[in-house]
Design a protein. Structure first.
Length: 205
């Protein structure tokens, strides 16, 4: 799926505004330029960046209540995927996004993106383990394995909250092997970018 088809999906299927998609195009330009010097995304995915990274991240908005103000924490944000794409949702967006990224190089890139795109609803943090985290929703894409995500949820994140995890073809196996406590419930949804991949939605009370 090329840039134009993804942009059509963003506007007509996921509700992104024209203004937001203009900023996303600028973000892609910044990312590809920076990726020539730094390994922000895999070089092999550059040619499919719109499907593999942009639409894959944007599909998370299907599982967010777009009419409520929410604090969203993106764990292991990397180059801002999915956090930046969620922060740019649309002009009426009331999401406040916290980007957690331990790499100083990637944090520097995130600051550049925020400044150049004039994004006001984003904060950048370093170490996830340094303090208690207050958030309504945790996002995980190419982050740690499920047991570690659940440990962070139990020990560091204030309750209640929701966890949204983009997972590959082993999602069913991993979630079945996980010990889910009584105050956790989950369901699996299909990814729109890869028929083998799943999105794990976990509710924490």
């Amino acid at each position: 799926m090329d840039e134009h088809k993804v942009l059509d999906q963003l506007r007509n299927k996921l509700g992104y505004s024209v203004k937001s998609t203009i900023k996303i195009r600028k973000y892609v330009d910044l990312l590809l330029k920076a990726n020539k010097k730094y390994n922000l995304i895999s070089k092999t995915t550059e040619r499919i960046i719109w499907l593999r990274h942009i639409l894959d991240s944007a599909q998370i908005t299907k599982f967010l209540d777009r009419n409520q103000s929410k604090i969203i924490a993106d764990f292991g944000s990397g180059a801002g995927l999915p956090g930046i794409i969620i922060a740019l949702y649309n002009d009426k967006n009331r999401f406040h996004v916290k980007l957690y990224e331990k790499s100083p190089v990637k944090r520097t890139f995130l600051k550049k993106v925020i400044n150049e795109l004039n994004i006001h609803n984003v904060e950048i943090f370093g170490n996830i383990y340094s303090e208690k985290i207050s958030t309504d929703i945790i996002l995980c894409r190419a982050f740690k394995k499920l047991p570690e995500i659940m440990k962070i949820s139990r020990e560091i994140v204030k309750k209640p909250h929701k966890i949204i995890i983009l997972k590959g073809r082993n999602a069913d196996k991993e979630i079945k092997e996980l010990s889910i406590e009584g105050n956790y419930s989950y369901r699996l949804e299909k990814s729109i970018t890869d028929h083998d991949s799943k999105i794990i939605l976990i509710e924490v009370e």
